[in-house]
Design a protein around this ligand. Structure first.
Ligand code: 6PG
Ligand code: NI
Length: 181
């Protein structure tokens, strides 16, 4: 199976599944709930989209997902993915930043944390058991590819409960990592 990616726009072809994530889907992920509510009264902003392709074969199974995060911020906090840990504790992932700039946050949710600066061309291996979230700190789209096993699964609940150790805010127009207590 061969797919084609438009790297400027993050459009995958063919693509059997597109998942949009609106502000209402990741309401609880942003710190400033008052600002979230105010924005939601006006519009349910599209924060990012996931284009997914499962490579199904009889003996092995991998999946590829292209995510495109629109630029912007909510209460000073840059647009980001929900973030998750894989359900299976033996499932890593490889991320490749195709376009844009930002950070990949990696967090065990048990005290270990890393923020990897990202730009087009950065490739990062996400070890099993590390929660992962991508932040778009730029003024344009951020596009990245993730490759993982179909069976990895997504645990969003643990991230919603514990949260990442740092949030990324625009301070004087520049990204700043702010520790969460
Ligand atoms: C995965 C990948 C990736 C991720 C998207 C959106 O395991 O499927 O990490 O495809 O799901 O980038 O991020 P959220 O799943 O955290 O919304
Ligand atoms: Ni993942």
């Amino acid at each position: 199976m061969t797919l084609t990616l438009d790297p400027e726009n993050g459009i995958l072809d063919p693509c059997p599944q597109i998942t949009p994530r609106y502000l209402s889907d990741l309401k609880m992920m942003f710190k400033d709930q008052q600002v979230v509510d105010e924005i939601l009264k006006e519009e349910n902003r599209l924060i990012y989209e996931i284009r997914y392709y499962p490579f199904r074969t009889s003996k092995s199974d991998m999946a590829l997902a292209v995510t495109r995060i629109f630029p912007g911020s909510i209460g000073g906090e840059y647009h980001m993915t929900k973030g998750h840990k894989h359900e299976r504790d033996d499932q890593p992932e490889v991320y490749y930043c195709v376009k844009g700039e930002g950070f990949l946050l990696l967090d065990t949710l048990e005290g270990e944390f890393q923020a990897i600066p990202w730009r087009a061309g950065t490739i990062t291996h996400i070890p099993p058991m590390w929660a992962h979230r991508v932040i778009n700190t730029g003024t344009d789209l951020l596009v990245f590819i993730g490759v993982f096993h179909l069976s990895a699964g997504h645990d969003y609940e643990i991230v919603a409960q514990k949260g990442f150790s740092y949030r990324v805010y625009a301070v004087d127009g520049k990204p700043a990592l702010i520790r969460q207590t």
